[in-house]
Design a protein around this ligand. Structure first.
Ligand SMILES: [Zn+2]
Ligand SMILES: [Zn+2]
Length: 132
């Protein structure tokens, strides 16, 4: 697996770099991710916080729920990261914004208790009612 990944938002104003995942990549079906992304689930990779660097452009932070900060492209609104003050050493990045999205395959479904009635993954991956 490549040691360094790169990614960008839809409009290309923001580009970033990050290190390899430190936990199994996951698909989150929680309501916050759903509303923040406009999608039924979001694929996340957890990387070391100090490995995440915005190379170009500016991100807009939004405190979605008290200890949680989500960052979006200031121009086009693409969701890029999720961080939680409870885990200061890591940050989650949206796998779908990577330049190498196929390199990181989600290995589990989390927050299935929030999943929509028509969102019933049949890919055989483990499913958890909440977070890890
Ligand atoms: Zn953008
Ligand atoms: Zn979520």
């Amino acid at each position: 697996m490549s040691a360094v990944f790169t990614g960008r938002c839809l409009c290309g104003a923001v580009t970033y770099r990050c290190g390899p995942p430190v936990l199994a990549p996951s698909l989150c079906h929680c309501e916050s991710c759903r509303r923040a992304s406009g999608a039924h689930a979001v694929a996340w990779a957890t990387v070391a916080r100090d490995s995440f660097t915005v190379l170009r452009g500016s991100v807009r932070p939004f405190k979605s729920s008290p200890p949680v900060v989500r960052q979006f492209c200031q121009q086009c609104g693409t969701p890029l990261t999720y961080s939680n003050e409870s885990w200061p050493d890591t940050i989650d990045i949206t796998i779908a914004t990577l330049d190498q999205p196929d390199a990181l395959k989600p290995l589990e479904h989390i927050w299935m208790e929030d999943a929509l009635s028509w969102d019933r993954p049949a890919d055989g991956l483990p499913q958890f009612p909440r977070g890890r």
